[in-house]
Structure formats: structure tokens, C-alpha cells
Design a protein around this ligand. Structure first.
Ligand code: SF4
Length: 343
């Protein structure tokens, strides 16, 4: 029987020692019991620590988890193992549920680059030149920013959302690299980029990707579109996190380089063990903030509860619903229940 230690030591034998992993098994058993007592589900982003996947009911990317959160019916509590804006999104789409973020240090430096008032001011300024201007906002933003937006998007649907907007002039908030990816793929529209970026993806250089390509002939390079343009230019495919998992599962190739946050390489390796995933990745300190102990404490103390004021919530929800309307056909594909990831 494969133990948790067997699974984790493959990822990082120096960190995941038997002494470190053994106590996880007890904590995981206690968390499963608490989940039943609290009638809670755990949603976990692909970039979480790998031991968190053991207690997750669903894992996925931002959109997949938003859709999952909206579909939570029977549970009373959603424990969100991701970052703050994702837990806020769960509350926006399913306000009846208690949403817990187990560690408030799980923020996002990209989301912090835009505030609601700043986006409102920029929108008003640009509308003087482009009266038809619309705002498309990456889901990696606060509820206040979503409330100022005409539609939200994720990395997997940004191109199709922008293409479907009525306006020819789009203020794209907040990631400048994703804005550039959209501009390349929707050349018929004018994309005005906010100047934010994700500190994790921005650090990855073309040199580190090229070194791997030269070392391993035939390796497939999968790049997240939040990366710099000189890194995206080296990709076999620029994909969201869920897109990378699906690509790796469907591909005949044996070797892959996942150019994104390191958690996805971990998840790919766990779920597709017969293939080899090399890394040109960086760790997001925000995504790694939540530990198993934090989840246990969250369920014991019902903390930290995420709240969103009603007027902001309903405006933000409209922007999220617009995204889902525009990309409705993708709904079934984008959530990634754990049993699918295990196939
Ligand atoms: S990887 Fe970290 S910093 Fe970058 S967008 Fe995601 S949560 Fe934010």
C-alpha cells in the first residue's frame, strides 16, 4: 500500500522526511472527523502544499474552485485552502455558507496591486477617451475590484471573455503579462493593461527554461500566461493550471516542464506518476501559508470567517456571472474533482 510518506518523499526527500510526515497522518484523520462534525467541505487550489490535497474534497484552479463553491449545497461550511481573494470569491458566489480561510497570511501580491477606488478612477478617466470602455478583471483581485468590473476572467478563459465583450476597448486588470497574452490573441481590440504582475511568475527567466530544453530533448514546455513574454515565447502551450494537468494527462510525451508555481509540478507528479515533471518554477509564499495544523484550528475555532459587504458582493457577483455566461460551455471542464485528478 502506498503511504503518504511514499507519495510526498518523491517530491522533496529532504523536506518530506518520515519524521515530518508521520504526524500528518494523525492530523489528517482528525481533520476528516472535524469535517463531518462541522458539515464542511475543503476546496484546495492546485498550488497548495501537497499534504493539503489529502484533506481536499475538490482541487482545481481559480475558476474550477469558484464553480465548485457555487455548487456547494449540502455542506454548511467551506474551508478554502487557497488565498484570500479566492475565499472571498467563494463567499460572493455562495453567501449562505460560512467560508473559512485557515490562515490570514494567505494574501496575494498581484491582487494587492489594484484597489476598487483606483480602478474606478482609471475607468472614469479612460471613458473620456473611449466611451465604450469595459473593464475585464482577472479573478486574482479583491471583491472591491470585481465590483468595478464588467466581467471577470481567469487565465484559462481570459482570451474568450475579452473576445466576447461588446466593447473594442478593454481595461484589463491587474496582470500586465496576462493582458499582453490577451492582446496577442485578440488583436482586433485595444487592451489597456493595469501595471500589476505576479511576483512568482515574473521571476521565472527564459534562461532557466532554455537550460531544461537543452538538457532533455523532446521535453514539452507548459507555461502559465502570467509569465513574462520572453518565457511564454518558449512554450509548447501557454495554459492555466488545470489546462496543464489535462494536457499532461492527454499527451503521449513522457517529460514535461511546468513553468509556473511549484505546487502544480507537485500535483502533476502525484497525479500522473508514470510521467516525469521537471521544474522551472518558483514557490508562492502566500499559497504555501496554509498548513494542516491551520486547517484543524480553523475547523475547531471556526476561523477565519470571510465576509463581503452586500452591495459590493452583488456587484462583484454580476461580474463573475458574466464570465460564467460568456464561457458557459466550459463549465463542466474547468472544475477538477479529486477523483478526476487521480485518473
Ligand atoms: S502565485 Fe501567489 S502572488 Fe502570484 S497570483 Fe497566485 S497567489 Fe498571487
Amino acid at each position: 500500500m502506498t503511504t503518504l510518506y511514499d507519495k510526498l518523499k518523491v517530491l522533496d526527500p529532504e523536506y518530506y522526511t518520515a519524521e515530518r510526515v508521520r504526524p500528518y497522518e494523525d492530523t489528517i484523520a482528525r481533520i476528516h472527523k472535524l469535517k463531518k462534525e462541522r458539515n464542511a467541505v475543503v476546496l484546495a487550489h492546485n498550488y497548495q502544499r501537497p499534504e493539503i490535497f489529502e484533506i481536499a474534497d475538490y482541487t482545481g484552479d481559480s475558476l474550477g474552485l469558484s464553480l465548485m463553491a457555487a455548487d456547494v449545497r449540502d455542506a454548511d461550511v467551506i474551508v478554502f485552502c487557497g488565498v484570500h481573494f479566492m475565499a472571498e470569491t467563494a463567499k460572493i458566489v455562495n453567501p449562505e455558507k460560512t467560508v473559512l480561510l485557515p490562515n490570514l497570511a494567505a494574501g496575494c501580491s498581484l491582487a494587492d496591486t489594484a484597489t476598487g477606488p483606483d480602478v474606478a478612477a482609471r475607468k472614469a478617466e479612460l471613458k473620456q477617451t473611449y466611451p465604450d470602455l469595459q473593464v475585464v478583471t482577472y479573478v486574482n483581485t479583491t471583491a472591491d475590484v470585481k465590483a468595478e468590473s464588467d466581467a471577470c476572467c481567469t487565465s484559462s478563459n481570459a482570451v474568450s471573455v475579452v473576445r466576447a465583450m461588446e466593447s473594442d476597448h478593454i481595461l484589463f486588470v491587474p496582470d500586465q503579462n496576462l493582458a499582453r497574452h490577451v492582446a496577442l490573441n485578440v488583436p482586433e481590440k485595444t487592451i489597456i493593461a493595469w501595471d500589476g504582475f505576479c511576483y512568482v511568475h515574473h521571476q521565472i527567466t527564459p534562461e532557466s527554461v532554455l537550460a531544461m530544453r537543452n538538457q532533455i530533448p523532446g521535453i514539452k514546455i507548459l507555461v502559465h500566461p502570467e509569465c513574462r513574454d520572453d518565457v511564454v515565447a518558449l512554450a509548447d502551450a501557454a495554459l492555466s493550471t488545470t489546462g496543464m494537468i489535462e494536457y499532461a494527462q492527454a499527451s503521449d510525451a513522457q517529460n514535461f516542464l511546468a513553468v509556473t508555481e511549484c505546487g502544480l509540478s507537485d500535483m502533476l507528479q502525484i497525479n500522473v506518476p508514470e510521467k516525469t515533471f521537471y521544474r522551472a518554477c518558483k514557490i508562492c509564499r502566500f499559497m504555501k501559508a496554509i498548513s494542516l495544523d491551520d486547517v484543524e484550528q480553523a475547523l475547531l475555532g471556526m476561523k477565519f470567517e470571510i465576509e463581503v459587504d452586500e452591495p459590493v458582493r452583488s456587484r462583484a457577483r454580476r461580474a463573475i456571472e458574466r464570465m460564467i455566461d460568456l464561457t458557459g460551455s466550459q463549465r463542466d471542464n474547468l472544475a477538477l474533482p479529486r477523483n478526476v485528478a487521480d485518473e
